[in-house]
Write a protein that binds this ligand. Structure first.
Ligand SMILES: *[C@@H]1O[C@H](CO)[C@@H](O)[C@H](O)[C@H]1NC(C)=O
Ligand SMILES: *[C@@H]1O[C@H](CO)[C@@H](O)[C@H](O)[C@H]1NC(C)=O
Ligand SMILES: *[C@@H]1O[C@H](CO)[C@@H](O)[C@H](O)[C@H]1NC(C)=O
Ligand SMILES: *[C@@H]1O[C@H](CO)[C@@H](O)[C@H](O)[C@H]1NC(C)=O
Length: 396
């Protein structure tokens, strides 16, 4: 009996020891990453990094959890999980180096950017792929969906056709320096708003709210994507007068911006697309927003990114916006691209989106289907090569 008890005690002791050493290993790694002497105090140079964060599709369900105080130990164990994820290890190495060496030394390499633009144009005719036009479809034509079974179809009606532009709104349009703003929680508290306001053209993703968050993300919007499922998620399918008014007012704020509506990616958009079409037909002439309805373009977009070893089930809206921007802009800066649940500057927990309600838990749901870490790694590489500028830090 005594022997059994002592063996049991020994086993428990070993397990405890193992857990303890694991925890301290992780803490050492964390300290190594975030408290390099150079940047240890807030007086040091701002960390300038990459950050990525495109989100797309329906917004992840809002999980509520403990609101205010997060115990230090919680952060530790959260970080532990992130660091022990094998998919994440190569990235942290690059990040560490980047933090130490290249903090604010980014320099634009126009040659490299122009080369990439040329390469992209071999796979994608952006101006053409940007939207269907009235002359490119006929009434009764059956559209398929990029990401759904071929059996699903959408029949083009008079109303839908009447909402299409005569010509691509970006044909022969060229902008100097553009911002593509992802929706990552890393923007929370960044105070990047005024910096973002200064770009010649601002791309945003998924009709993300700006007004309330303008200090961090700015208000100016020249293009925003609009997944039809947003109507379901945020505007109650336009079922009440109040919902319709709210939606109308949100659109009015966009002024003459482009609303880029990918209606043919998922068959689940079909019903909401009809609701959306009816709404726009009813309000014809009352809104300045320009509608763009891309057709089945993902095949072409994917073909290009495959050459960069990127072939997730779905590309993110962020990288899709970058692809469009590459043909329209001379230089591109990315904000809000950071698909991880911790702040690379402070190690603190982050929400998934900058507009998530306080306390919304980070979810890896979209990371998995989009392979956001792989996209991020590629964008970070492009940042180090000077093709794009990724901002992961707070703005001065
Ligand atoms: C730092 O910048 C140099 C070029 O200035 C680049 O060659 C190197 O890969 C960068 N390193 C990291 C980790 O970003
Ligand atoms: C800019 O990019 C080109 C093409 O990728 C490369 O050959 C050149 O060395 C780069 N210039 C600098 C200053 O890094
Ligand atoms: C997209 O661009 C490709 C390449 O130029 C072209 O072959 C294709 O027809 C376009 N598709 C759409 C839907 O615009
Ligand atoms: C971008 O949008 C702002 C308003 O949000 C507008 O003042 C500006 O003219 C637009 N720029 C372009 C190039 O359309």
């Amino acid at each position: 009996m005594v022997r059994i008890a002592s063996v049991l005690g020994l086993v428990m002791f070993s397990v405890a020891l193992l857990i303890l050493s694991l925890i301290s290993y992780v803490s050492i790694k964390k300290d190594f990453l975030f408290t390099t002497p150079k940047y240890a105090n807030s007086g040091g140079p701002r960390m300038y990094m990459f950050h990525a964060g495109f989100r797309h599709g329906p917004i992840p369900s809002q999980v509520r959890y403990h609101q205010d105080v997060i115990q230090p130990i919680d952060i530790r164990s959260q970080l532990a999980l992130k660091y022990l994820d094998p998919a994440f290890t190569p990235l942290t190495n690059a990040l560490t180096e980047g933090l130490q060496e290249n903090a604010s030394k980014w320099k634009y390499n126009r040659t490299a950017f122009t080369e990439q633009r040329k390469e992209i144009s071999r796979y994608i005719n952006v101006a053409h792929n940007f939207t269907l036009t009235r002359s490119s479809v006929r009434v009764g034509q059956l559209m398929h969906y990029d990401y759904s079974s071929h059996k699903y179809v959408f029949s083009i009606g008079e109303n839908f056709k009447s909402l299409l532009p005569e010509a691509s709104p970006i044909a022969n349009k060229h902008y100097n320096v553009c911002a593509v703003v992802g929706n990552s929680g890393i923007l929370t508290g960044s105070r990047c708003g005024p910096e973002i306001e200064k770009f010649d053209f601002v791309f945003r993703c998924n009709f993300a709210p700006t007004e309330v968050f303008r200090r961090d993300v700015g208000r100016r919007t020249n293009l925003t994507t609009f997944n039809p499922s947003i109507l379901e998620k945020y505007y109650n399918n336009l079922l009440t007068i109040q919902d319709r008014n709210n939606f109308f007012l949100s659109l009015k704020k966009l002024d003459g911006a482009i609303l880029w509506i990918p209606a043919f990616f998922f068959h689940t958009s079909a019903t909401v697309t009809r609701t959306l079409v009816d709404f726009f037909v009813e309000h014809r002439g009352q809104l300045k927003v320009q509608l763009a309805w891309p057709g089945n373009i993902m095949h072409y977009i994917n073909r290009y990114w495959k050459t960069k070893q990127l072939s997730p089930k779905r590309l993110s809206t962020g990288i899709l916006m970058y692809t469009l921007a590459s043909a329209m802009c001379e230089e591109i800066h990315l904000y809000g691209f950071w698909p991880f649940g911790w702040d690379p500057n402070t190690g603190k927990e982050l929400p998934y989106h900058y507009y998530d309600r306080k306390g919304t838990k980070f979810t890896t749901k979209w990371q998995e289907s989009h392979q956001l870490p792989a996209e991020f790694k590629l964008l970070y590489k492009m940042h180090t090569e000077g093709l794009i500028k990724l901002t992961l830090s707070h703005c001065a």
